[in-house]
Design a binder for this molecule. Structure first.
Ligand SMILES: *Cc1c(COP(=O)(O)O)cnc(C)c1O
Length: 410
């Protein structure tokens, strides 16, 4: 990646790059390593594969591998790869550590939040009954088989629930929700980011679940930041909480957290690997990922998050100052409500000022060299975030986006 090296040199004089961003400097950078030791050229696996790295000014998107593991997480990963351990024993120990750190009854590592949804649902259906666990999803005889969800909370991820063979019962109001509850109801499902979109919100939802003794599950996969959401939903009374490990927490992309009631976590574990005859057998998490996830949570609770936030805010404000002079472009620095409540630059094309749409500029940036990804492209603009960006790439983002915007100016 010659061009990247050149760019790095070109922007190294930029006082803003790498200066005020000290708070987020723990994002590992291969480019930095190269600068330190010019002679030792590490093997470039992506180049050998012909896969182009992306400069991520978009955010935590799974299709772009979402986040980068910090050094201490990578250390934990590497250091644990060289020994054998009991996978179940490690599972127990890591789960307990996380439960203690976060302050919930029980926790387990899953293969991502989607996997947590499948395992949690299976656990609610089977408890610790092996015969039942073996029959999921083809024969739910003797098990409850309905999961209730508010219409506005249905996202593609609910497929992870119906994997278990259950039926989603869709309701639109509190009255419908209560009416839909019957002896077949296994679980009530809720999506954090759609809290305000449904008639029944957090506390009320939990209360209805408790009144009818039906477990409530919240998908808070992308619900962090704020950091408090790691413990907020257990405190609120949700029985099961799923969070992605590889988004804001920056653990392994293939890991996630399921937290909540002890009996339900045990039942979810029962439906997962390493037992072979289970719905979750394909959702394996190996030792390095488990330990790395634990360390990622530990680091996430320890870091000065205010300072990280401050750093992102300054980066966004600096980018804004770079784009403000462009005629016909409106640049606003905001913090969206949910999800991804991080400093965000919203760029909007004024009427007729640009010959290209936001989609087209986005494509030019992705196809460019280096490839730059921005967020939420639309007809009249796109967004930029820096919370998943390696700090030393900020200058490149400014330069490439400015280049493409100026090309598109009428
Ligand atoms: C990302 C996401 C998921 C899936 O999370 P993984 O950790 O990738 O499995 C589920 N639900 C929502 C709302 C998400 O944003």
């Amino acid at each position: 990646m010659l061009s990247r090296r050149k760019l790095l040199k070109r922007f190294s004089g930029l006082p803003l790059v790498g200066g005020f961003i000290a708070g987020s400097s723990s994002i590992p950078s291969r480019a930095d390593d190269q600068e330190v030791d010019e002679k030792k050229v590490p093997r470039d696996y992506f180049a050998e594969l012909g896969v182009k790295p992306i400069i991520n000014a978009a955010g935590a998107y799974t299709t772009m591998t979402a986040s980068l593991m910090p050094e201490e997480v990578l250390d934990a990963y590497r250091q644990t790869a060289g020994e054998y351990v009991s996978l179940n024993g490690l599972h127990d120990a890591v789960g307990q550590k996380i439960a203690e750190m976060v302050g919930c009854e029980a926790a387990m590592i899953t293969a991502g939040a989607a996997s947590a949804m499948t395992l949690a649902t299976a656990g609610v259906l089977t408890g610790l009954d092996e015969g039942k666990a073996k029959r999921i999803p083809v024969d739910l005889h003797g098990m409850k088989n309905e999961v209730i969800v508010q219409k506005s909370h249905i996202v593609g991820y609910t497929h992870a629930i119906i994997n278990c063979g259950v039926k989603l019962v869709v309701v639109e109001s509190e009255r419908e929700l209560i009416k839909a509850i019957n002896r077949k109801t296994a679980m009530l499902y809720f999506t954090d980011e759609h809290n305000l979109d449904g008639e029944v919100q957090y506390e009320r939802f939990v209360k209805i679940g408790k009144e009818h003794e039906i477990p409530t599950f919240i998908d808070a996969a992308a619900g962090i930041p704020p950091r408090e959401n790691l413990w907020r939903f257990t405190k609120m009374g949700f029985d099961l909480i799923a969070i992605s490990g590889g988004k804001a927490i920056r653990g392994p992309q293939s890991a996630g957290l399921l937290m909540g009631r002890k009996d339900l976590i045990a039942a979810a574990r029962f439906n997962g690997p390493p037992s072979s005859d289970r719905i979750g057998r394909g959702m394996k998490v190996n030792k390095e990922e488990m330990v790395a996830m634990w360390i990622a949570v530990e680091r996430f609770l320890k870091i000065d998050y205010e300072k990280e936030y401050e750093g992102w805010k300054m980066q966004i404000d600096w980018l804004k100052s770079q784009f403000d002079p462009i005629d016909g472009l409106k640049a606003e620095s905001i913090i969206p409500q949910s999800p991804n409540t991080v400093p965000t630059l919203v760029l909007t094309f004024e009427n007729g000022a640009f010959s290209k749409t936001g989609f087209e500029v986005n494509k030019a940036l992705i196809d460019g060299d280096p490839s730059v990804a921005v967020a939420r492209p639309r007809e009249d603009g796109f967004n930029i975030t820096t919370w998943m960006l390696q700090p030393e790439r900020l200058g490149t983002v400014a330069m490439r986006v400015k280049e493409e915007l100026l090309k598109a100016r009428v």
